[in-house]
Design a protein around this ligand. Structure first.
Ligand code: GLY
Length: 370
């Protein structure tokens, strides 16, 4: 099967995203042009280490690349100050220099944490993303957003620091728990909804069997990365267009906060519900055709994904409570919430021009249906 390459062509910081099954086994050759000396340091977490680290180590051994690995505990709790200091101090103890390559081997937690550690280590050290979840392959490993969580909220401390290379081995996704795969799919679908109606239409057919169709999976990851790369090249630091990538996220972040960032709602599930709500809101405001929200929900149902507030187990705050949580969003400017809405499937835009009562009314109805 063919390996695809997407180029993120940022001036002075251009890099490739390599996509395809089995890439991990040839990683030494992909890394070679980046290595000043044949040596890398890897940071991962326990579940990824158990499933895939021996393969990565064997591939580096075969290529004559010296390596050592820090294995962190799994889960969002690792992505904080303690995880950051542990990672930085280990990398320094290992004698990592600015031009050495640090490998982030894992999902979004590892990628964000290690990317941030690399951003601040010696004021900026090279790093490579080897994402092992669908969510990380199509979103968090690409585009250079790195960071950690603090008691005040998620990703509030961080930096833009682009990787030198992303290796998305789609074969690694076969060991992902089904729920994590589906949640990651929420981000794949987001790309179709925000900017490519043909991609969304293709996903309506291919999505339900994506996991069992390696060629379709490569196509879905490639198109997602291509779209993300295009947006990041236009607006690396989110002055404008990059906010489109947050379709569904204003609702998602509030719902994640309301459910205590627990497994009641995974991030990608929140994105899926958030996309459905963004289309519902767009239709209520007369911005997009009335049938679009139903089409979005029908696809989420076909994918076995959450699509309504009613699908979230346990208690939720009332509409005012959800709105208060939404006001914590990073997109708030001068106290005004900014939403990513849509004119139709495949055409999203950012606006601050949304009457609060329309959002409150929609949330009130959605919560009453629980
Ligand atoms: N995940 C949104 C972004 O990278 O901008």
């Amino acid at each position: 099967m063919s390996i695809e390459t997407v180029r993120v062509d940022l001036p002075g910081r251009a890099y490739d995203i390599r996509i395809g099954p089995g890439l991990l086994d040839g990683i030494a050759a992909d890394l070679a042009p980046l290595l000043r000396r044949p040596r890398v340091r890897i940071v991962t977490e326990e579940r990824v280490a158990a499933a895939h680290l021996p393969r990565l180590e064997a591939a580096l051994d075969a290529g004559g690349v010296d390596h050592a690995t820090l294995v962190l505990p799994p889960g969002e709790g690792t992505k904080g100050w303690d995880g950051l200091s542990r990672t930085c101090e280990w990398l320094l103890a290992e004698g990592v220099e600015r031009k050495d390559v640090v490998v982030a081997f894992g999902g979004g937690v590892v990628g964000d944490l290690v990317g941030f550690a690399a951003a601040v280590l010696r004021r900026g050290t090279a790093f490579v993303q080897v994402p092992t979840t669908l969510l990380a392959q199509v979103d968090s490993s690409v585009g250079g957003k790195t960071g950690i969580n603090t008691p005040q909220g998620k990703n509030l401390v961080g930096a833009f620091h682009q990787p030198r290379l992303v290796i998305a081995d789609t074969g690694l996704l076969s060991t992902l728990p089904e729920r994590d795969f589906r949640a990651g799919y929420g981000e794949v679908m987001k790309y179709g909804l925000l900017g490519d109606a043909d991609f969304f239409a293709w996903l309506e057919g291919a999505g339900p069997s994506l996991r069992d169709d390696p060629a379709a999976l490569v196509r879905a990851v490639r198109r997602s990365c291509e779209m993300k790369a295009e947006i990041v090249m236009r607006d690396e630091t989110e002055e404008g267009d990059r906010a489109l990538l947050n379709l569904g996220h204003t609702f998602c972040h509030a719902l994640e906060a309301a459910t205590g960032y627990s497994d009641r709602l995974l991030h990608g599930e929140g994105v899926a519900i958030g996309c459905a709500l963004a289309f519902e809101l767009s239709a209520r405001l007369g911005l997009c055709p009335q049938e679009e929200p139903s089409r979005v929900r029908a696809h989420l149902a076909a994918m076995g994904l959450k699509r309504d507030l009613a699908d979230i187990p346990g208690d939720l705050p009332d509409a005012e409570g959800v709105l208060r949580l939404m006001a914590q969003d990073k997109k708030v400017q001068d106290g005004r919430l900014r939403f990513v809405l849509a004119r139709r499937i495949g055409e999203a835009f950012v606006t601050a021009d949304v009457p609060r009562e329309t959002v409150a009314g929609m949330l009130h109805e959605a919560l009453a249906a629980r």
